[in-house]
Design a protein around this ligand. Sequence first.
Ligand code: GLV
Ligand code: MN
Ligand code: MN
Ligand code: MN
Length: 406
Amino acid sequence: MSVEVVERFRALWRSLEKIGRDEATGGYRRHGWDAHELACREWFAEEAADRELTVREDGNGNVFAWWGEPRTGDAVLTGSHFDSVPDGGGYDGPLGIVSALLAVDLLRERGATPRRPIVIGAFAEEEGSRFGLACLGSRLLTGVTAADTALALTDRDGVTLTQAIMAAGGDPATVGPDPELLSRFGCFVELHIEQGRALADLNAPVGLASAIWPHGRWRFEFVGDANHAGTTRMADRHDPMLTFAFTVLAANKEARLSGAHATMGRVAVRPNATNAVPGRVTAWLDARAATQSTLDGLIMSVTAKATERAARDGTTVTVTAESVTPVVDFDAALRDRLRGALNGIPVLPTGAGHDAGVLSAVMPTAMLFVRNPSGVSHAPAEHATDEDCAAGVEALATALEELACR
Ligand code: GLV
Ligand code: MN
Ligand code: MN
Ligand code: MN
């Protein structure tokens, strides 16, 4: 890997890394259509214009920078997303876009002449941290999620997606599937920081994805009776917090037993007062597993245990699947071709969701991972070294050259 690419990576990364960073925690708050995410989109449009790429936004907040004629088909799409989870890391998403810009620079220097357009995409609201639905931009583009359903989603302040798009100067009427645009993409390669330690353990800077675990989000509504904390006898309470707490432990135990991953990382309590027994607890279960049957088994078992416990607590629980994504097996022919071009780099599965997972239903798709020494992700400590990021840029350039220039 060349020292020059490391320097270039550092310079371009620095020009982006301040946007949306909380200086106290080092974490990021870039959420779909908020000021920080819009500033990132603007940064992207400027970097693309500097490279004489043609920038086009679709009707769903996804921005595409074309090297080649935007009306030409069979384009090689690359890129990722700018948005983060609340107080998330800086690499999850933006690394794929920064690397793509630098890969285009490298290809030009190598004198490569693409036979197919190369397009860098920045997808909107991949984390679903604002409107609750992950991969919102790619789901809308492909029609996996209907426009009406999405436009009615609200953020934590009660702002609808319709309002957010209008506040950003967009037109909600343009939201929805765009088969014509999709038909111009021949394949997608997303570069992403690894969100585990597999590459670190293998001592490899870059790898390819084999599959994404089936995963989803389930909303648990625990309902009891709000009451006075000082005067309500313990025996008289119908406290949904107890049912919730039991469910957290049950999900954790079940996941450990079955080899799945289960997390309850978001909770809302009503009335949320120190001196009141709560009346309602809403909590979200994020669950993922290597196989669909393990995942289904986990959800069934946690639901049954929560229901049993609710009967004991004099509360009720209802479980709603908010989004469920089946296993994604990335295109084997594309992966083998890239693996050949990249000298047999390692291949690994992941438990994280990506726009690549959504787009794999409509075009051959591959993912490149860049080593994350600690494996930490969705947290401020998420990190990759500049040297590994440069190795990622070079790998992506080689992949794009293989696909677009041969
Ligand atoms: C998104 O990064 C997810 O896997 O939740
Ligand atoms: Mn993420
Ligand atoms: Mn991501
Ligand atoms: Mn993701």
